[in-house]
Design a protein around this ligand. Structure first.
Ligand SMILES: [Zn+2]
Length: 192
């Protein structure tokens, strides 16, 4: 039997240790990660808000609170300082109209990408919106697919790994069972 590769606890410990290294940070029982969102694909505000909400729910189930900051398009109250900050607990998400990475260009089933170096460090996650939209339409998944793609790619950054799990949100291929769970909103970091 394969063991479950990424229990929620690993995620919790990882993010907690990141927080305790920050001097002057108030003690917080629930680890918190801020995500600066750059929407280059002009996703509708309603769809993006719903997808962020889905991803927030998935991370909360793993014991991590996420705060989503709109950096592009620019919000009315410009939070430039927050948008420029990039560190272990302040990640950047870019939603692109089309795939850019070499790995993704040759394969049309790739919906996103996380930039993780050989040591496991990474702060940038990407979603390829044309592909997400196509699969969402084909499978009638709506915003839930985008939310799950965001959670998967940001999951790579938080877990400091390009590896995939055998099931759940960090599985590599989303087929029948995964797509059903996405449509039901029951894809999580740990199998439920
Ligand atoms: Zn992946």
């Amino acid at each position: 039997m394969s063991k479950i590769p990424y229990p929620a606890l690993a995620l919790l410990v990882l993010v907690s240790s990141g927080l305790t290294q920050t001097p002057g940070t108030a003690v917080n029982t629930s680890p918190e990660v801020t995500i600066s969102v750059y929407d280059y694909a002009h996703v509708s505000a309603k769809t993006l808000a719903a997808a962020e909400s889905d991803a927030r729910r998935i991370f909360r189930q793993a014991g991590v609170e996420t705060v989503w900051v709109t950096c592009l398009p620019k919000p009315e109250r410009i939070q430039l300082k927050g948008c420029y900050l990039v560190e272990a607990t302040h990640l950047t998400l870019k939603i692109l109209p089309h795939a850019i990475s070499v790995q993704a260009r040759d394969r049309d089933d790739v919906l996103g990408y996380a930039l993780v170096d050989e040591k496991g460090a990474g702060f940038y996650a990407y979603a390829f919106y044309d592909r997400v939209q196509r699969v969402a339409e084909e499978r009638q998944l709506g915003h839930t697919l985008l939310g799950d793609v965001l959670a998967h790619e940001i999951g790579h950054l938080l877990l400091e790994s390009k590896s995939h799990a055998i099931s759940g949100i960090m599985s590599a291929h989303w087929n029948g069972d995964e797509l059903r769970r996405i449509s039901e909103g029951t894809m999580f970091f740990t199998p439920s």
